[in-house]
Design a binder for this molecule. Structure first.
Ligand code: UDP
Ligand code: MN
Length: 237
């Protein structure tokens, strides 16, 4: 049987949340053997998010884990507390399968799921629309990962995006964790798994194909005019 893919999505309330999650839901509904973990960045699980989950008919887990007050501010790492909660849930409840961190605003090709499903330890692949180079990707030589192409190396051992790797859950250690350090979440997480360069499995035709994009939705601007619906008679002014 196919290994289960655990798709971990941190999310937070804003006007774009429901449309982002609706679009992602409609992608995941095409994927066999997938379990969607939505980790809500608020004190209680949102009813609107739960409704989206229910309507997918997929197996799912809905957790709430708001960011600690300490980390609110301008350069806080986004989605760490909630990803950590999902990780803890997996460590307590799941002994086999594949972990993938898929943000609520990314765009995923269905082929990605076929690629990551057979991850033995940690697999990696390119992510499109990232940083100044337009793509972040492992560099593959003779079928092995030899380095990384990323516009912000940032003294990281594994300069990759959150969407650029998948992990076999049997390879997760009790010590696996994600730090509250903006820009270092991925690297420090992979380091906490004790990952070695030679263990990395390059996917997507030796990292030559882009199957996931770091898309961003323009922020909705609140209307500047105030409309009183009781006065609105449907006639153009
Ligand atoms: N996120 C979150 N809490 C926040 C901000 C973001 O849980 O306060 C989630 C967000 O929904 C997304 C992920 O963390 O799934 C990455 O956030 P975002 O897409 O805003 O960051 P970027 O892609 O620009 O790095
Ligand atoms: Mn994003």
């Amino acid at each position: 049987t196919l290994k289960m893919i655990y798709y971990v999505t941190p999310t937070y309330p804003r006007p774009e949340q429901v449309p982002e999650l609706t679009r992602l839901a409609h992608t995941l509904m095409h994927v066999p053997r997938i379990h969607w973990i939505i980790a809500d960045d608020q004190p209680l699980c949102s009813e609107m998010v739960l409704n989206i989950l229910r309507r997918t008919n997929l197996p799912f887990t809905h957790i709430s884990s708001p960011k600690p007050f300490l980390y609110k501010g301008t350069n806080f790492p986004r989605g760490v507390s909630n990803r950590r909660a999902a990780l803890a849930w997996l460590q307590e409840n799941v002994s086999e399968g594949i972990l993938y961190f898929g943000d609520d605003d990314n765009t995923v090709d269905l082929e990605l799921f076929d690629e990551i499903r057979n991850t033995k330890k940690v697999s990696m692949f390119p992510v499109g629309l990232i940083g100044g180079y337009g793509v972040s990707s492992p560099v593959v030589k003779n079928g092995k990962v030899a380095g990384f192409f990323d516009s912000w190396p940032g003294s990281r051992t594994f300069p990759v995006d959150m969407a650029g790797f998948a992990v076999n859950i049997e390879f997760l250690k009790p010590s696996a964790t994600m730090p509250y350090i903006a820009g270092h979440e991925e690297d420090k997480f992979l380091v906490s798994l004790d990952l070695k360069m030679e263990d990395i499995e390059p996917l997507a035709d030796n990292c030559t194909k882009i199957l996931v994009w770091h898309t961003k939705t323009a922020k909705y601007k609140k209307p500047t005019v105030k409309i009183d619906l009781k006065q609105f008679d449907g006639q153009p002014k």
